[in-house]
Design a protein around this ligand. Structure first.
Ligand SMILES: C[S@@+](CC[C@H](N)C(=O)[O-])C[C@H]1O[C@@H](n2cnc3c(N)ncnc32)[C@H](O)[C@@H]1O
Length: 244
């Protein structure tokens, strides 16, 4: 989908986004984000960038693990989603630095080699050019830093997949569109975009093509979601022909 349509789609459902995430995932979304932080090997002093942050749930899960020596920047191009995230930070009076910033993941306003962790939760699927998005995340990661992708994927077990797809393609869009009042079929777009998204092995391959090494993935909740983690090479390890 084109970027301006994605932006409109999320701005229209922003108010309901967190509530529906929790409801439609039966509250699994929080544990998926906690697991994502865990496999990121984040340190209290880490500098974290969470792109396509939406209302900032993943960014705030990182913030819980970071001390005053570290910081979290949460970026997204949808203003309405960012405003909700920013209010959450104000309400919680967090002592560590968590900043929300309007930015397109395809052109991040940061210098090369800046962050220890660059993450994205349920967002990279919506970026109009997947490979370019991963390359841009990699560019701003420090050498040895980690790129972390939490995303929906297709469950492998055929029996479970049948039941899950019934829920995912019929029940979830009905409830989601009804409650959010989405006129763009936002919750029908969700399963359609997941079906088109590369499977776990293919995404691993794309991350490797983008120059990442030691790429691992972890399936969660019967393979409904997966967390991919890859490392940016140390500078000396840069291979000839890498375009980072
Ligand atoms: C499904 S939401 C994910 C929100 C959040 N990361 C989470 O874990 O719930 C996808 C977000 O990606 C954002 N997005 C999509 N394409 C983007 C791009 N090119 N640049 C910045 N944000 C983008 C949308 O605005 C939306 O807020």
């Amino acid at each position: 989908m084109q970027a301006h349509r994605i932006k409109n789609l999320f701005s229209a459902i922003a108010r309901y986004y967190d509530f529906l995430n929790s409801l439609l995932s039966l509250r699994r979304d929080r544990s998926w984000r906690r697991e994502t932080v865990k496999v990121s090997e984040v340190a209290p002093t880490s500098k974290v960038l969470d792109v396509c942050t939406g209302t900032g749930e993943l960014a705030l899960a990182y913030a819980d693990k970071i001390s005053a020596q570290g910081f979290v920047i949460a970026s997204d191009f949808c203003f309405e989603m960012l405003v909700i995230g920013d209010r959450k930070v104000e309400r919680k009076h967090r002592s560590i630095d968590t900043s929300f910033l309007a930015a397109d993941t395809l052109i991040l306003p940061f210098l090369d080699n800046t962050f220890d962790v660059v993450s994205v939760g349920f967002g990279i699927r919506n970026v109009s050019d997947l490979e370019m998005g991963i390359r841009e995340m990699t560019r701003v990661a420090a050498p040895g830093g980690r790129i972390v992708i939490l995303e929906f994927t297709q469950p492998a077990n055929p029996l479970f997949r049948g039941l899950y797809y019934f829920y995912f393609t019929k029940i979830l869009p009905f409830i989601g569109n009804r409650i959010s009042g989405s006129e763009d079929d936002a919750y029908g777009y969700l399963p359609r975009s997941v079906m088109k998204f590369p499977n776990c092995d293919a995404l691993k391959g794309i991350m490797e093509q983008c120059g990442l090494v030691d790429v691992q993935f972890y399936r969660k909740t019967f393979g409904i979601v997966a967390i991919h983690v890859g490392k940016k090479r140390e500078t000396a390890e840069l291979a000839v022909g890498d375009r980072l």
